[in-house]
Design a protein around this ligand. Sequence first.
Ligand SMILES: [Zn+2]
Length: 262
Amino acid sequence: MFGALARWRRRRVLQRVAIPDALWRDALASLPFLAVYTADELARLREKVVLFLDAKGIVGARGHEVTPLQRAIIAIQACVLVLELDLGYYAGFENVIVYPGEFVPDWEWEDEAGVVHRNDAPLAGEAMPGGPVALSWPDVAAGADWAATGMNLVIHEFAHKIDMRDGEANGCPPLPSRMPRAVWKKALTAAYDDFVARIDRGEDTEIDPYAAENPAEFFAVLSEVFFADPLLLRHEYPDVYGQFAAFYRQDPAPRAERLLAE
Ligand SMILES: [Zn+2]
């Protein structure tokens, strides 16, 4: 019964909330890393984006007005991570907040000793457990072109959201039963330790050194690399690539290879 109702609701949303063709084309054109996807996958991605936009608000803050193209560019990248997963990974929050630039979060938190902290360093993006995703639009725009910046802010913050589905971000999202947690931990920990050692040695890495910050940032940064530069991740950390391919149920590297050969 529930399944039938869910399917009916899904059909109704897809009919009611459509993305105009021209807007869809413009949004795809600004995200070159999507070139690895087939027409069929892009059609499914478009459906997922429609369902995402029905469920979430993408709202401007501090005077920023979100254009339809900006809304589409953010939603598409958020949905790339869950193209083959349930949108339920993004349950538990309602809004994506878009700022006109870097922002200082206006929340406080209390540590175990009862001391109240405030973060007063400006941020490009932030994902809060149980709260919204916040993004600086100029940083979203810069991250759309991976070749130029080597970063993708939207994928980064939504990877944190997926990680947080089972509590605090710790670099291990809730894994499906077909994936043993020990195998994930072994691959990720070995890669993380290696990466931290490389950064400590002062090595110049193609992967953003910010990944050495902690295991949660490692997962978020490597998720960016998995989607936007899959050959780099498969080359540097093949075991992590394998775990990500199993988790996200996508295998973008062979496609990127074929594209390069064309
Ligand atoms: Zn982060």
